[in-house]
Design a protein around this ligand. Structure first.
Ligand code: ATP
Ligand code: MG
Length: 260
């Protein structure tokens, strides 16, 4: 084979490789796009958990659970008890956060408390971070204060003789009991009638939090919990329809409604 022939063969091979690389980049691009979209969806979901605000009319069903929690939150204080705790327990996605958001933005609950504080805890049970988040929520701006002592002092001052409702959403730390006790310390400065509403997937967490709340109390402090189970079938169907027909008129797809 002459040099020219070899050169031609090499160029043809290079051409094939080039075409393959282009396809490879197309696939890579596609995957990246999917990853970006997934990341964006993740961020949107995370953001929606950082706030008590949610679109109007989001909650479906849960009338019974809502009634129990609202009654507990709004009932007049019978004893000069310390801060009380209500834990909502249930598996991932069952609707704990959705109901907590709905409840704490409801007029009758908001009226009951001077402060309604929302903190998304997740796996990050760091006392300093949590105390800072609470303070930020109360003041409406980010505090520049550092150090747990300064933060605790500031929080005690803010809460002193004020009734508050603190929502601790999605809590996981069920091992470090002492940290719980330390975290709760400044919260006990709130006025009687102050309450914590906690959501978690773990019964053990609700038990640890209740123990920490009750520590060193002469009186029995009220700690209650409620386990969430699945939605009623009619509400599940409404939820499915809401997502399946998002952005279109469901009446245009009556045949699909039958299938669902
Ligand atoms: N009762 C409901 N009405 C309307 N939407 C609901 C309801 N329950 C759950 N959802 C929807 O299901 C999704 C998951 O709900 P949510 O985040 O409240 O669950 P969760 O129990 O807090 O889960 P996790 O333990 O993972 O925090 C949300 O997007 C929410 O919109
Ligand atoms: Mg949640």
């Amino acid at each position: 084979m002459g040099s020219l022939e070899r050169l031609r063969n090499s160029v043809t091979t290079l051409d094939d490789v080039g075409a393959g690389v282009e396809r490879f980049f197309q696939v890579l691009n596609h995957l990246n796009n999917d990853k970006m979209k997934e990341h964006k969806r993740d961020m949107e979901f995370r953001n929606s958990r950082q706030t008590s605000s949610q679109p109007r009319g989001l909650l479906l069903g849960r009338e019974e659970e809502r009634k129990i929690i609202v009654q507990w939150l709004t009932k007049p204080e019978t004893s000069a008890s310390d801060i009380a705790l209500f834990s909502v327990i249930g598996i991932c996605g069952i609707g704990k956060t959705t109901l907590a958001q709905d409840i704490c933005t409801a007029g009758d609950v908001k009226e009951q408390f001077y402060f309604v504080i929302w903190v998304c805890v997740s796996h990050d049970f760091d006392i300093e971070t949590l105390t800072k988040k609470i303070l930020d929520d109360i003041t409406g701006r980010e505090t520049t204060m550092v150090g747990l002592n300064a933060l605790h002092k500031a929080l005690k001052e803010r809460l002193s003789s004020k009734t508050f409702l603190l929502i601790l959403d999605d809590v996981w730390n069920d091992e470090r009991y002492e940290e719980w006790v330390n975290f709760l310390c400044p919260l006990k400065c709130g006025k009687e009638g102050s309450k914590i509403l906690l959501t978690t997937q773990m019964q053990s967490l609700a038990d640890v939090a209740a123990r920490a709340v009750q520590r060193e109390r002469t009186q029995q402090v009220e700690c209650q919990s409620l386990r969430f189970f699945g939605l009623e079938e009619t509400d599940l169907l409404l939820l499915l329809n809401r997502h399946a027909f998002f952005g279109v008129n469901p009446d245009d797809y009556r045949n699909l409604q039958q299938i669902s």
